[in-house]
Design a binder for this molecule. Structure first.
Ligand SMILES: Cc1cc2nc3c(=O)[nH]c(=O)nc-3n(C[C@H](O)[C@H](O)[C@H](O)COP(=O)(O)O)c2cc1C
Length: 279
């Protein structure tokens, strides 16, 4: 990752702005797009000293700050994404349904198709993972299907959980898969893992109960959960066609918007992690 990313994080601190990943992401979401005919230092959202700092460093062509100030300016003029210099954002979308014509697997594929520029999404399912049994674990170790899913998660920048809802709660199949994964090396696989949560159900509330029911587990696992926006697909049978293609334009827009926010969150989190490693 470019050293400039560290300094982008530093710039927010220098301006007296919160510089957590969430704060940087929400600042960009709130203030962009900044029109091209307004200089960054003249943007209405700065206080006097912030504007002066930017104007002064820009005028002096300060080698320490100029590049990162220009990158902030560029990021604020874009409608999506954080920075052009951000590396690719690889997401693993994990569907919590085994059903061949699952709406949630279809939603994961819709996310893949609608991924914003710079984001790529692979889709995974829980096929082949047995019911958790401590005796199997003691005798045979972790099943291959779990280990293979673990590798996919570790090689992605972020995890997107796509959850169905069963009886107002988390489907057992999905919880079982996550429980197995937690037996491999919970800290490496989940701690700080940048994670999104979306879902589709046939009922009228679109997985609100199952998404809520996931929270204690995700907290226990220590994931870094994106909560900047949410996506709840209700009455999924009306939103997908017979081939499982997302046909509802409103949901398409909501999904695109969710993914853009998630991408911003991923990049901001990566920046913060890089900064931590640097310190
Ligand atoms: C055991 C079971 C319980 C369900 N409970 C709910 C529920 O609480 N709320 C809801 O909206 N849909 C519920 N449904 C319907 C699911 O939303 C529907 O089966 C959906 O297609 C499951 O996701 P999938 O298409 O990804 O498999 C339930 C389905 C099953 C099989």
């Amino acid at each position: 990752m470019s050293d400039n990313l560290f300094r982008f994080h530093d710039l927010f601190a220098q301006l007296g702005l919160p510089n957590t990943p969430e704060a940087i992401a929400s600042f960009l979401e709130k203030h962009r797009p900044l029109p091209n005919d307004i200089l960054l230092a003249d943007a209405p959202f700065w206080n006097k000293s912030q504007a002066e700092f930017i104007r002064e460093k820009r005028l002096l062509d300060s080698p320490e700050w100029i590049q990162i100030i220009d990158q902030l300016s560029e990021a604020l003029r874009q409608t999506t994404g954080v920075l052009n210099l951000s590396g690719p954002c690889r997401v693993l979308a994990l569907s919590g349904s085994l059903r061949q014509r699952s709406f949630n697997t279809a939603l994961a594929h819709a996310a893949q198709a609608l991924a914003p520029q710079g984001m790529s999404i692979d889709v995974a399912t829980l096929h082949g993972i047995p019911l958790y049994d401590g005796d199997i674990e003691s005798k045979d170790g972790i099943p291959d299907a779990v280990l293979s899913l673990k590798e996919k998660i570790l090689s992605a920048d972020a995890l997107l959980l796509v959850t169905p809802e069963y009886n107002n709660g988390v489907p057992g199949v999905f919880k079982n898969g996550i429980d197995w994964l937690s037996r491999t090396d919970m800290k490496t696989i989940f701690s700080g893992r940048i994670t999104g949560l979306i879902g589709a159900s046939m009922g009228g509330f679109g997985t609100i109960s199952s998404q809520t029911a996931w929270l204690p587990t995700l907290k226990m696992l220590g994931v870094s959960l994106y909560s900047g926006s949410s996506l709840l697909v209700s009455r999924a049978q009306n939103s997908f066609d017979a081939e499982g293609k997302l046909q509802d334009e409103t949901i398409q827009k909501m999904l695109s918007s969710y993914l853009q926010g998630f991408q911003t969150f991923v990049h901001a989190s990566q920046m913060a992690k890089a900064q931590e490693r640097k310190n």
